[in-house]
Design a protein around this ligand. Sequence first.
Ligand code: PBG
Length: 329
Amino acid sequence: MNGRFPAIRPRRTRSATWIRNLARETSVTAHDFIQPLFVVEGEGIRKPIPSLPGVDHLSIDRVVETARAAYDLGIPALALFPVIASNLKDPEGKLAIDPDGLIPRCVRAVKKAVPDIGIMCDVALDPYTDHGHDGLFIDGDVANDATLAVLVKQAEVLAEAGSDMVSPSDMMDGRVGAIRDMLESRGFVNTMILSYAVKYASVFYGPFRSALGSASALGVKGKHSYQMDISNKREAIKEVLLDVAEGADMVMVKPGMPYLDVISAVREVVDVPVVAYQVSGEYAMLAAGAAAGAFDFMRVMHESMVCFKRAGADAILTYAALQLARELA
Ligand code: PBG
């Protein structure tokens, strides 16, 4: 008999639900998700974000409610992002290091009400700076080493408030090591660093920046002098290896679905958990497609989650985490 057909028929293991269930290589559960939330000052606020249909600005009391719901659905962790009024932003992003700032207060409230849900907080200045950059802008560029000192202080404030993970998303060189040294010396030995190790200068962040009100200030220069060139993959390996060596407990690749090749390559070279971020532009794109009748939103979201897992991600930040977890329950 020449060739392998008909002895070999791949369709046999796809022929019924029971065998598909047995043969499946990848599965998705609520335990795979981190839910990002946008926090605002005030009380009783749940205000839709126009650029992200289905996602809201939440006041701290609403974040606490949402944390409880997320925990009950099996979502392991939340990522908290502050929305700061433009009149409170300044060139140094001073509110980022305020121990009684919006995020530290929110972390304390969630940890008190729902102690067993994990909390991750971004370390970066962009929500707090009037120029919208992630660090201190000096002589026409973001200054690396001067920014490190502020980021370390911000990470300290977040760890002090009870954040389980601090997540530098700023792409300064050396920040993971600097934050790790601070955490060790201050006795925060169990605070994890989930590093945005591979973060590209992507246009897919558009809806997030408009949700934070940090888009318009950036100008044409953008964040290209610190976020990675979208064309590079070898550089992604260099970045993750550096961050792991500096003490990152987990590494992230961002954006997500257009960068599955990068997730897969990173998975091959590190032994720490790899997290993918399905960013705001990806969410908005799928929501727009669903609204135009191209596909069902929950089904396309579920498929995208399977794709992340298949590519090698251990966990995924997605704005649809709660919706997906409800669907899976
Ligand atoms: C800020 C930060 C950004 C995102 C997460 N943290 C935006 C940026 O770097 O401009 C993007 C998230 C998203 O688009 O969903 N450092």
